[in-house]
Design a protein around this ligand. Sequence first.
Ligand code: HPA
Length: 270
Amino acid sequence: MYTRIQRSAAWLKGKMNCKPTSAIILGTGLGRLAHEIEVEQTFDYADIPNFPLTTVEGHKGCLIVGRLGGTPILALQGRYHYYEGFSMKEVTFPIRVMYELGIRTLFVSNAAGGTNPDFKVGDMMIINDHINMFPEHPLHGKNFPTGPRFPDMSEAYDRELIALADSIAKEKGIKVQHGVYLGTQGPTFETPAEYRMFYRLGADAVGMSTVPEVIVAHHCGIRVFGVSVITDLGIEGQVQPISHEEVQKAANEVQPYMADIMEAMLERIN
Ligand code: HPA
């Protein structure tokens, strides 16, 4: 596994003409954030040695090297979801490759169903913490030398980055929510009873990604900042039928605001 990671990283290192230290994972419907990036190089996942191939609609699989607000950035357009049949090792493979490439700050975005009754469709939720409900753990098996066997998770989402995002949102007059993201395997959206259960367990939003990548990034010592776009509501009495297209549409509308915040964050941390 380590050799496979190294091989992908070495291939990319040989081709990349800059060395970014920050990366963004563009989630469902947020792939268009890539338009805000001054693209310098694009690598299709299919061309990178050992990268698994993506399948789902709305997830174009490529790795972008470019600049966001002048800062060098690596962006993953399209991620690997567990529900597609990928193993957790595959889902988190790009994170390990990015670590080898020198990435030390990771921005993750996703679309999620809001379970907190204060939330509305189109809200941006800064992720304070998560609940891992995936049936397989990304660190299952022999421990990777990037981190300890029993990793501390008391601050999986970097508090300094959260505070920075809060102050930028305030300056720009952009409304943000905060909460706990619960990651579950999908591919079904939740039944009303499941949304209620997740809310009672402590979730403010629920989605099918992010948690595995964040765990592995944290294990590598990469600082993580995460945002969920609330694309539908799993609130008692407000659960509506929902489709992937609606999720993408709602996520698309929030993109400019998210890009704005992330751009300002990158400028200030670099
Ligand atoms: N549940 C799970 N995943 C999701 C949802 C949801 O309601 N919305 C967007 N992704």
